[in-house]
Design a protein around this ligand. Sequence first.
Ligand SMILES: Nc1nc2c(ncn2[C@@H]2O[C@H](COP(=O)(O)OP(=O)(O)OP(=O)(O)O)[C@@H](O)[C@H]2O)c(=O)[nH]1
Ligand SMILES: [Mg+2]
Length: 224
Amino acid sequence: MYNDTLVAILAYNEQKKISNVLTEVTKKFANVLVVDNNSEDQTLEEANKFKIFLVKHSYNLGKSESMKTALEFAKIKNFKFLAFMDADGQHKISDLINICKKIHEENHQLIIGYRENLKNLNLKKRLGTIILQKLFFFLYQKKVYDIQSGLRIFDISIENMIYWYSTGINHYFADAEITCNAVRNKCKIDQIPIETFSSEKYKGMNIIQGLYLMLMILYWRIFK
Ligand SMILES: Nc1nc2c(ncn2[C@@H]2O[C@H](COP(=O)(O)OP(=O)(O)OP(=O)(O)O)[C@@H](O)[C@H]2O)c(=O)[nH]1
Ligand SMILES: [Mg+2]
């Protein structure tokens, strides 16, 4: 399905989850890339059991750089669309299919899957998501429900408009930066509700990073 689309799965130490994710994704998508971010566990070995594209970083470079690697790969292979999905089993394949379907059927450049039911999230994440939503609306005048969702797809032709620079310890900011860039540059964006499973390890952003991200959202609005 969708031969013009590369599904990039970004993985760092996901040996327990990645096989299930790949079993499902490879049933539906012909072109799947795993970017292994120099995992210390058996992620690479697990991914290697599948008929997919596989790229391994020699150093752990953070999620943002894995996304850039996927973008470079997609361009080299001439894909039209690039979808991002987490390797930790938090995203549903049916939601991935829905965002792909939407970008193919409608004239959009970026589709973001947003977590509709925030009840699944812990209090910190729920509050963080709501505050980011409100701040984003205030600054960018567009209702984007989940600016940092990791489940998304875009048309690679908008690469220059959405290119992200968040890196290093800010590696989790890349998704939000893409959203900010896309809105500022008036890309055609849509959003669809998705279901996410809560993670058992909660390794995402902490409160300090959340506050820092808010400042960055302001900075991107004013200075880019
Ligand atoms: N933490 C981390 N994750 C990475 C890295 N490179 C790729 N990833 C992947 O990026 C995806 C999202 O990272 P998570 O740490 O799960 O972030 P999250 O989903 O926002 O947070 P949780 O809800 O706590 O899981 C996962 O599939 C990771 O395996 C990296 O260098 N560090
Ligand atoms: Mg996760």
